[in-house]
Design a protein. Sequence first.
Length: 404
Amino acid sequence: MINVERIWKRLQELSAIGRTEDGGVTRYSYTDLEAAANEQVKTYMEEAGLATGYDAIGNLYGISKGKTEETILVGSHVDSVPNGGNFDGPLGVIAGIEVLQTLQEQGQELNHPVKVMAFKDEEGSRFGLGMIGSRAVAGILTPEQLQKQDAEGISIYEAMKSQGYDPEKMTEAKLENIKAYVELHIEQGKVLETAGAAAGIVSGIAGPVWLRMKLTGEAGHAGATPMNQRRDTLVGASLIIAEIERIAKQYPELVATVGQISVKPGGTNVIPGYSEWTLDLRHVQESVRDEAEKAIRAIAKKVASERQLDLEIGEMQRISPAPCSESIQQAIQTSIEEEGVKPVTLPSGAGHDGMQFIGKWPMGMIFARSLNGISHNPKEWTTQEDVEVSTRVLYKTILTLDQT
Ligand code: HGY
Ligand code: MN
Ligand code: MN
Ligand code: MN
């Protein structure tokens, strides 16, 4: 059955590519680092006897043989957030390969081919657009989106070409004839730990909207400008950000995060004439998220006009919340009960590639317990036992789907 030592060794090998000084990982899409990580994963896929390759925009895949055409898709991602953890993404890819290698060792050929993928740029850390690879697989990635640029002004389009892929052929990455998609991912929260469950069933995925909020005021002399004659954008931003938190707390399960902020010109003795920050707003119900967004936009406008500041709000990405397929949830639940684990069903606050497949094919997710719920942090951890249990659940879920 599942060889957890092999999974663990592979996770450790992968974590060495892009390791940060405090043991985390920074591995952005379309970089040589990420290419090296993909090549490493490709060797694991080959050891599992899979036919491997990269699609037109660089999604890595390995596929097993099957008796029919309709394919079961599994996967996750190997790109990371800045100084992220070593399980977020790689667990799902390595576990998917492990399931197929175990089946190969058992000499089991399934009815359906199983394709395991490492989707490009799930996190959105480099270009501010997440799930680039899975959008292309779903056939919904647009040429306009490829023009989004990173902090150095390199577009996704140029980055793809720099790594030898062909964005002009991105439509070739679209998959057809997919029976279902299942992803194993760490929970990144505390629900399973609190419930004492090694693995859990995901009911749905909260939808993120990412906004870039900009204030333009007037730079001025810190010493010579009286307090009542300033158009200070950082004070304006601070008031708006405090209001964002107040508004978010009014809605149960809504989360709002300002993860990035920059100020210009950035001198100690200069009144900030320009400030910009990002807002990540999420909820499992789109109507609740929209209502909170409206309230936030209104308060930002009010603060800006009271302080003679010009406000501009740009949208970086907007992804609808995604419900998980009932039948796949049931298959996962049965597998979890067979493992002797109390079945816990929970929503995912974190976004995942499966959101892009809504309306295309059924999607389901298995969560592995996260230690102290920590993620997007070098302290991210899942025990070997929980890796083994959750990978066995993935194995059994795939076998169940293969029989239906
Ligand atoms: O941002 C997220 O929810 C995920 O980590 N991409
Ligand atoms: Mn993540
Ligand atoms: Mn992830
Ligand atoms: Mn994911």
